[in-house]
Ligand binder design. Structure first.
Ligand code: F3S
Length: 773
């Protein structure tokens, strides 16, 4: 089939290894004993275990309490990376010295592209502005056999759904909305680059077994209600923390009526409630979607499994499977919802929205409606919005707010172009942006922008609405809603408009919309799009040189960290004592720093700049031993030059917020050895160990008060703990300026593997060594 683009030909690497997984599932059932009922998420996860017996039986009361306790060591089937996070992932992968990735992988250039005037102008300028990064990513992709989707090809999650996701697959993605792929029945988890490297080098990837939250859907959506409203409603029920430690598993008769892309929207925004991931069972809509996206054989293989004997049924939950928690949603009674401002869990049914706007004094008018993005740019979403536009145009209406459309991929864009959906939008005054993240990640040069700090509203069909995310203005209220609802509201320009009940005045009298229907899939099939946006094939080519200019300010090859010394750490100093909250943003700020994600020395200039000095209350003000005052990164750099290694002392939940690995890499690069805190956020604690930093907690929290900046600290017992694979405890000898000494008891959670990371200098060093053996 030479007429097909390369990314369509290689179906083998896109088909989950069903035979192997079925065998593993049988093995798991044997280990857990007869009669044991499993949820769908458990089946997919456990059938991806490296060594099921080891993972399922230790620390689990002999397999009875796996969820929430077991330490799963998983072998994912594939990895996807977006352009911003792929840089550090690849730099780390490169330092392992392997000739190709161990599992199929893809790179998607989407985050670094602006949305302003439309693709024709925005794409070339974004490519020019980020050329060295794109060149680096492309050359590394070619060398190591990673499929490379160039700038403008599409947003990672839409492209993954169209090409890589499949029922029963397990994948990792270096982006928090990776769970979008769960709409097609996959377990897809968002991770940092170092975790992606585990999968890329075939090392088991560790995950504390999540609990399972069952969401039972009954009834059928009607009127203006859409799949987006399922998750908008659910976010209101669960709040932004309600899904933490859970996988959300949808089931029930209501699933049957949903489109594949609609299910993806629900899974995408599971990230907004903190869920590890979300997924749907294999369902009728999956077959035509897989066929339309040129993956008929995968649909066939999956159908066979789904209708086969339950013992090997990888694609449905066992009939009596129990959930840790259940929420039931009746789709027939679900109203459209609007979530926001400023947080995705502030959820209001549209029938109550007008009252809330009045009560809270939110703006009555809004400046822009933006539809599409990774969350909502399916054929169904866009054709429903198109019907709304057509109704309005026929009634002689024009948009009263700016109207932007972001297609999620070139395939969707080309199809909508062929089917004249895009020309309908443009003729009505809408602006079609590049197939990229654009305004969703703040790459938006907003033309109607009110002055910074002035309260104003926008409506988007995106997934996040934190202050400042879209236009850099923290006073902009971003209300999340379905694309069709936003499109209708654009014609009223009013935040209180409800198309189900309200009409708009026209010269010919009042006009009222009828709810749009749309089509799940294009009747003429998907268009292929322009060849310049096809992916390069995933075939490694060792002759390719990876392009990193040694003078670059944005990319720098990584030097391996030195191994742990053959001794205790005898002369550390306290660099800084942090007071209160210390998130990954505090440790490694985003915003303008994002452009240095591939340059560890440069991005390290932001290390801890958000941290409050516990002794003075100042932010990012540190004092050297002789009293010299400077920023924290400056002091750390000075100490690094002198070979003075250091520790940070902090309070509770150190490193909360995200999986951002830079928050662990940077302190390590600058000479950090220990973080001593009252408690840690779980993911960050793991990240620290991976980079060779020892996280310790106070055995007695009050000891926090004993520490001051520049105090000397020596470890006692650390070397033994590391050499014994985590046995025993670590004491710290705290030496004050006065000469006084005190022994501080600490606790640690180092596993045998993690001790290996620290001794080797980092997890990567260990992987590199194993690769060479
Ligand atoms: Fe991109 Fe926004 Fe999705 S940044 S990946 S479109 S959440």
């Amino acid at each position: 089939s030479s007429s097909l683009p390369s990314h369509r030909v290689d179906l083998a690497s896109r088909t989950p290894p069903y035979k192997k997984l079925a065998h593993k599932l049988e093995e798991v059932r044997k280990i857990l004993g007869p009669g044991r009922q499993l949820t769908l998420a458990e089946k997919i996860l456990y059938s991806h275990l490296d060594n099921p017996e080891d993972s399922l039986l230790s620390n689990t009361n002999n397999g009875r309490d796996i969820r929430g306790n077991a330490n799963l060591k998983l072998k994912p089937d594939r990895v996807a990376m977006q352009d911003a996070s792929a840089q550090m992932a690849l730099l780390q992968f490169m330092s392992c010295g392997l000739p190709s990735t161990a599992v199929p992988a893809s790179i998607h250039c989407d985050h670094m592209i602006v949305g302003q005037k439309g693709e024709q102008a925005d794409l070339p300028s974004s490519i020019a502005g980020n050329k060295e990064v794109f060149d680096f990513l492309e050359s590394a992709a070619k060398k190591y056999g990673i499929e490379f989707w160039p700038p403008g090809a599409g947003i990672i999650h839409q492209t993954v759904l169209e090409n890589y996701s499949a029922p029963g697959l397990m994948m990792l993605g270096t982006d928090s909305h990776t769970p979008n792929a769960g709409g097609l029945g996959a377990i897809a988890i968002g991770v940092g680059g170092a975790d992606a490297v585990d999968a890329l080098v075939d090392a088991p990837w560790e995950l504390k077994a999540p609990k399972i939250l069952g969401v039972e859907l009954i009834g059928e959506l009607s009127g203006w209600a859409s799949p987006k409203d399922i998750i908008l409603y659910l976010a209101g029920q669960l709040t932004v923390r309600g899904g933490t430690g859970y996988i959300i598993e949808y089931y029930g008769p209501g699933v049957q009526s949903l489109s594949c892309t609609g299910m993806a929207t629900c899974c995408n925004m599971g990230a907004e409630v903190g869920a590890t991931t979300s997924l749907f069972p294999f369902s009728p809509a999956h077959v035509p979607y897989l066929q339309a996206t040129h993956r008929g054989p995968i649909a066939e293989a999956a159908s066979k499994i789904a209708s086969g004997p339950m013992a090997q049924n990888l694609l449905r939950a066992d009939p009596e499977a129990a959930y840790d928690k259940v929420i039931r949603i009746d789709l027939s009674r679900l109203e459209p919802h609007i979530n926001g401002p400023f947080t995705p869990d502030l959820s209001t049914p549209i029938s109550k929205f007008k009252d809330i706007v009045e009560e809270k004094g939110w703006p009555k008018a809004f400046g822009a409606g933006l539809i599409g993005s990774c969350t909502n740019s399916s054929y169904q979403d866009m054709t429903r919005a198109e019907e709304v536009v057509k109704q309005a145009s026929a009634a002689g209406l024009k948009p009263k707010a700016d109207f932007f459309i972001t297609p999620g991929s070139e395939q969707i864009r080309a199809t909508l172009d062929r089917d004249q959906t895009l020309s309908t939008f443009s003729a009505a005054g809408g602006t079609v942006l590049s197939n990229a993240c654009g305004p969703c990640i703040g790459m938006w040069d907003r033309k109607d922008a009110p002055p910074k700090g002035e309260a104003n509203a926008i409506f988007t069909s995106y997934n996040r609405n934190f202050p400042g995310r879209n236009d850099g203005n923290r006073a902009t209220m971003n209300f999340l809603a379905s694309p069709e609802l936003i499109t209708a509201m654009v014609y009223s320009g009013s935040t209180t408009f409800n198309p189900a009940t309200d009409s708009i005045d026209t010269p010919n009298g009042p006009f009222k919309f009828t709810p749009p229907k749309g089509s799940d899939l294009p009747s003429a099939g998907f268009a292929e799009g322009r060849p310049e946006f096809f992916a390069t094939p995933g075939v490694p080519d060792p002759t390719v040189e990876v392009v990193v200019d040694p003078r670059s300010t944005r990319l720098a090859l990584l030097e391996p960290f030195a191994p742990f010394p053959n001794s205790e750490l005898n002369s550390l100093r306290v660099l800084y004592k942090v007071k209160g909250q210390c998130t990954t943003d505090t440790i490694s700020a985003a915003g303008p720093w994002l452009k240095y994600k591939g340059h560890l020395p440069n991005i390290s200039e932001n290390t801890l700049i958000g941290a409050v000095n516990a002794q003075t209350g100042e932010v990012n003000v540190a004092y050297d031993v002789d009293g010299t005052k400077s920023g924290i990164p400056e002091l750390a750099k000075r100490w690094k030059e002198k070979g003075q290694e250091w520790l940070v002392v902090a309070e509770h939940n150190y490193g909360e917020g995200s999986a951002r690995e830079h928050a662990a890499l940077q302190p390590r690069y600058l000479g950090g050895r220990i973080i001593l805190a009252k408690s840690f956020a779980r993911i960050h604690e793991t990240n620290l160990k991976k980079q060779g930093i020892v996280p310790l907690t106070f055995a007695n929290e009050a000891d926090y008060d004993l520490f001051e900046a520049c105090d000397e600290v020596a470890t006692r017992g650390l070397l033994d703990v590391l050499r014994s694979g985590g046995k025993g405890e670590v004491d710290l000898v705290l030496k004050k300026k006065s000469g006084e000494e005190e022994v501080i008891k600490t606790k640690h959670t180092l596993s045998e593997d993690q001790c290996g990371f620290i001794l080797a200098g980092s997890a990567l060093n260990l992987l590199a060594r194993k690769g060479k053996e």
